[in-house]
Design a protein around this ligand. Structure first.
Ligand SMILES: C[S@@+](CC[C@H](N)C(=O)[O-])C[C@H]1O[C@@H](n2cnc3c(N)ncnc32)[C@H](O)[C@@H]1O
Length: 184
């Protein structure tokens, strides 16, 4: 199948614009780059990322839901478990692009972020899916990161926020603050 339509037809629960955004980001990364995705499900977004890029793609999910002929799992490295277990197995990984689409609760998205953000290179790209009122935990968490400049240069495409890790700011800055009564 034509690569464009292969991306459009991938079994991902995301809009066409979000798929194209993922594909565009991945396409900018060379073969020495690393992409990490949290939340694989059927492998739809993993398919988009892996078909669009020469980078190495690691994709994490607590369950193995990958099936169907459209997803070639040999194109990416699937890790079954959570982000913490993944980090324990890959402590020296330097991530160029981190895509978070796993647990959509405030605590869940925060844990994935806190675990993997330290491995994201300064200036690296981070994207969150489902940043909307249907997923209030994700929305509040991402707004908090924006408020404290933990992520910068944010772009919203449908429900996907794409942002950058600042070159210098420390994550400790937001951990020492309160927001909406929550100790960050
Ligand atoms: C919305 S789906 C991911 C969709 C996928 N990114 C796509 O677009 O094709 C969310 C997935 O996250 C997984 N998940 C939930 N909590 C998780 C966690 N704490 N760590 C890793 N994966 C998790 C679920 O098993 C589910 O498969």
């Amino acid at each position: 199948m034509n690569k464009f339509y292969s991306i459009i037809d991938s079994p991902s629960i995301s809009s066409i614009s979000e798929r194209l955004a993922l594909s565009s980001i991945a396409a900018t990364l060379g073969k020495d780059s690393v992409i990490v995705e949290v939340g694989t499900e059927q492998g739809g977004s993993a398919k988009i990322l892996s078909e669009s890029s020469q980078a190495t793609l690691y994709t994490i999910d607590i369950g193995d839901h990958i099936y169907g002929s459209t997803v070639d799992r040999s194109r990416f490295i699937f890790f079954q478990g959570n982000a913490k277990a993944f980090k324990n197995e890959n402590p020296d990984l330097n991530i160029d692009f981190l895509y978070i689409d796993g647990d959509h609760s405030f605590g869940g998205v925060r844990e994935d972020f806190d675990t993997l953000y330290a491995m994201l290179k300064p200036g690296g790209i981070i994207a969150f899916h489902d940043v909307d009122y249907k997923h209030l935990g994700v929305l509040v968490f991402v707004e908090t990161l924006k408020l404290f400049n933990v992520i910068t240069d944010c772009i919203l495409i449908d429900t996907m926020v794409i942002a950058r890790k600042p070159e210098s700011r420390s994550i400790r800055f937001y951990r020492n603050n309160f927001f909406l009564g929550i100790k960050l």
